[in-house]
Design a protein around this ligand. Structure first.
Ligand code: HMG
Ligand code: MG
Length: 300
């Protein structure tokens, strides 16, 4: 299959990354991060989530963040919502796009949202429909698409069914999450092949965590399967509280280096992203998790 000529990079660092960092950052730092990433040309920056602050205290200030955010025309700033309460709070904060999430394994679903996959569908379906009625765009996530830290290997056919279900409910795109970052390229190809039997490849995004260092290789495999949307996190921020040892998402700077090297257009300025990555790593007092980011910054 021919690789896409243009790719959409969905920056999830301010949400998927920061939700897992040990310390909650001051709102001014989060605002600057989101604004700098949008300024770098990223057309989608997932900026926060409206979940229980007891479960994820790092995202507790998301309402204030969305209220104060200076939005760049042409950039989307989706927020993650788990239920009606989260949807209402997101609407009140002026959010125009939400993301809902389900898992392909019951073990992870129980740990992440305290219910089975089947129960989560009865909760999430109405959230999608209500969000659409209120004029919001809705993105859908499926977690643990290759393996689950509690239940083991995931059947690609289950991922395909859940993806089709999300699209039927009204999502415009489904992001397949290798939540624990364990997938290798052939597994990814098989997964995409299975899901593409149920929904068009154009409606698919891939969301890799980089635990085993396979993120960039898996993106290359996905490109060759015709996928043109990838989630990534500046400086490789993050981890996963319900998947021990899991690291953050594949780093945006590393993904951009791959894509631009292949001659694929993204509309993103890699150096500006690298600067944002260096800056936020310093604020968090943690090493910069992007090799390409470190190299770009060292080169000036
Ligand atoms: P629960 O305890 O079963 O919920 O949690 P509940 O309905 O019984 O409510 C308990 C309390 O939470 C109540 O407060 C509710 O009001 C409150 P209390 O009366 O005890 O004071 N509550 C809320 N507060 C704020 N916003 C809300 C909300 N909902 C209830 N929206 C629940 C169920 C879903 C709420 C909880 O489990 C939760 O918030 N989970 C979210 C966990 C999370 O954010 N995980 C990370 C995102 S998923 C992810 O990262 C994967 C992804 O990146 C893809 C991949 O990598 O695979 C997307
Ligand atoms: Mg994730």
């Amino acid at each position: 299959m021919i690789r896409p000529a243009r790719v959409k990079v969905v920056e999830v660092g301010p949400r998927d990354g920061l939700q897992n960092e040990a310390q909650a950052l001051p709102i001014e730092i989060k605002l600057r991060l989101v604004e700098d990433l949008a300024e770098a040309g990223l057309a989608v920056v997932e900026a926060g989530s409206f979940v229980s602050p007891r479960w994820v205290p790092q995202m507790a200030a998301s309402a204030e963040l969305y209220q104060r955010l200076r939005r760049r025309p042409g950039t989307a700033y989706p927020a993650l919502v788990p239920n009606d309460k989260g949807l209402e709070a997101a609407l009140e904060a002026g959010v125009a796009e939400v993301a809902v999430f389900i898992a392909a394994s019951d073990g992870f679903s129980q740990k992440n949202i305290a219910c089975s996959v089947a129960d989560s569908l009865t909760r999430v379906g109405p959230v999608i429909r209500r969000a659409r009625e209120r004029g919001l765009l809705v993105r859908g996530y499926v977690s643990c698409v290759v393996a689950c830290p509690y239940d083991g290997a995931t059947d690609p056919a289950r991922v395909a069914d859940l993806s089709a279900w999300l699209m039927d409910q009204g999502c415009y795109e489904v992001s397949l999450g290798d939540t624990i970052g364990i997938a290798t390229a052939d597994q990814v190809r098989r997964l995409i092949g299975a899901v593409a039997q149920k929904i068009p490849r154009e409606d698919l995004a891939l969301h890799f965590h980089d635990t085993y260092g396979q993120g960039v290789a898996n993106i290359l495999a996905s490109l060759e399967e015709g996928v043109a949307v990838f989630d990534s996190s500046v400086a490789g921020l993050g981890g996963c509280p319900y998947a021990r040892g899991a690291t953050g998402n594949v780093a945006t700077e590393d993904v951009l280096h791959l894509l631009h090297g292949l001659g694929i257009e993204t509309g993103v300025d890699a150096l500006k992203v690298a600067r944002a990555g260096g800056w936020i790593s310093e604020r968090l007092n943690r090493p910069n998790g992007s090799r390409a980011g470190r190299a770009l910054l060292a080169a000036g």
